[in-house]
Design a protein around this ligand. Structure first.
Ligand SMILES: O=C(O)C1=C[C@@H](OP(=O)(O)O)[C@@H](O)[C@H](O)C1
Ligand SMILES: C=C(OP(=O)(O)O)C(=O)O
Length: 428
């Protein structure tokens, strides 16, 4: 296994242009496929999660071309659902934003589709989405464990009507259902059961649906109405915002590293909820400057916070390692679904924070972190979780530095993360 030793960095100053958003890239690719007309996606993310979506669309016969650097994609929409005359097996890695939306989208047309993934994907739930799709008439069969991929879809289209969906484990189930609802045979009313988690991701979904010409009425994220007869129409060009979760590591670097870091490509106008990470950092005492399309974080003395982080589940991991540089404890709550992502992130985070000397209390849906007087050097295991690798890189700002095991796992969303980090660290 590869190991990357990050030597201590005392100060950073610099600018990072953040690659495209994973969440927007995969949604836009799918909606462009279902839409009529040609769509050009600009600033598309080039990472494993997007490659899985693109490879599946290609296998299904969707025509697109990519620029040499794979950040511009011109895609010919099908003007409706995917219709296949033979059976397909699609491998989706560990990409939740490919597995959940494709599972829903493939029920709309005709064909037989088997969706598989990495071993961890077989432990990530999809049952609440499948239950909802079955209410609309979908024929979906689990191949191994009930409620989890792999699964086979025998598609004949979706009826409309009222459908209930549980939103308490993942917002991606509701996202997937919303995106297919306009192409059902009748109007669809979605009633959300349970407390909807990761709510800001629904705003990304609704924003992209609107860009592709579909109207959804949203009654307090509890009930959504999607009228029949709507069609996705390409807006021509979609500019993908920089990834707000990826921005969190560099903003934290600015706040901890004593200098000033500007991240461009994402700012006040972003549709991604993870920009609110900058507010959490500000609550810790960081000096944050907002512009429409950039954010600057300047070093300052940080203190611990007590915050419900359900609205920023991905960027919240960066708060957990930033907490090592704060005075006093940090308490992060309402993050149960960390347990069902790339790894059990609550358990992994607690284990690795303890290695560097933090006192950690891990609960069912919370983590309390008391930082050590000075962290000690550790080899950080990353559990095949890109965010574990990226958020622990911040330990480079401690006198001990840090070793990251399997740094290549950042390829899920940010293949050249450590190159960018090293570039920034050299600008002081
Ligand atoms: O819809 C999306 O693009 C995402 C939603 C979130 O998942 P959950 O809704 O499962 O929390 C987030 O963690 C994931 O990285 C991307
Ligand atoms: C949870 C994540 O990914 P996924 O889209 O696979 O759910 C993530 O990127 O942190």
């Amino acid at each position: 296994m590869e190991k990357l030793r990050l030597e201590p960095v005392s100060r950073v100053n610099g600018e990072v242009n953040i690659p495209g958003s994973k969440s927007i890239s995969n949604r836009a690719l799918l909606l462009a496929t279902l839409a009529s007309g040609e769509t050009t996606l600009v600033n598309l993310l080039d990472s494993d999660d997007i490659r899985h979506m693109l490879a599946s669309l290609k296998a299904l016969g969707v025509q697109f071309s990519l620029s040499d650097d794979k950040t511009v994609c011109t895609l010919q929409g099908l003007g409706g659902p995917i219709v296949a005359d033979k059976a397909f097996e699609l491998f989706l890695g560990n990409a939740g934003t490919a597995m959940r939306p494709l599972c829903a989208a493939l029920t709309l047309g005709v064909g037989e589709f088997t969706l598989t993934g990495e071993p961890r994907m077989e432990e990530r739930p999809i049952g609440d989405l499948v239950d909802a799709l079955r209410q609309l008439g979908a024929d979906i069969r689990y191949l191994k464990n009930d409620g989890f991929p792999p699964l086979t879809i025998k598609a004949t289209g979706l009826a409309g009507g009222v459908v209930e969906i549980d939103g308490s484990l993942s917002s991606q189930f509701l996202t997937a259902l919303l995106m297919v609802a306009p192409l059902a045979k009748d109007s669809v009313t979605i009633a959300v059961k349970g407390e909807l988690v990761s709510k800001p991701y629904i705003d990304i979904t609704l924003d992209l649906m609107a860009k592709f010409g579909v109207k959804v009425s949203n009654d307090k994220y509890q009930r959504f109405e999607i009228a029949a007869g709507q069609r996705y129409v390409s807006p021509g060009k979609v500019l993908v915002e920089g990834d707000a979760s990826s921005a969190s590591y560099f903003l934290a670097a600015g706040a901890i590293g004593g200098g000033e870091v500007k991240v461009t490509g994402v700012g006040r106008l972003a549709v991604q909820g993870d920009v609110k990470f900058a507010d959490a950092l500000a609550a810790m005492g960081a000096d944050i400057e907002w512009s429409d399309d950039y954010i600057i974080a300047r070093g300052s003395k940080l203190h611990g916070i007590d915050m419900d982080m359900n609205h920023i589940p991905d960027a919240a991991m960066t708060i957990a390692t930033a907490a090592l540089f704060a005075t006093g404890p940090t308490r992060m709550s309402n993050i149960y679904n960390w347990r069902i992502k790339e790894t059990d992130r609550l358990a992994a985070m607690a284990t690795e924070l303890r290695k560097v000397g933090a006192i950690v209390e891990e609960g069912h849906d919370y983590i309390h972190i008391t930082p050590p007087a000075a962290p000690n050097h550790a080899e950080i295991d990353t559990y095949n979780d890109h965010r574990m690798a990226m958020c622990f890189s911040l330990l480079a700002f401690a006198d001990c530095g840090v070793t990251i095991n399997d740094p290549g796992c950042t390829s899920k969303t940010f293949p050249d993360y450590f190159k960018r980090f090293a570039n920034l660290a050299s600008q002081n």
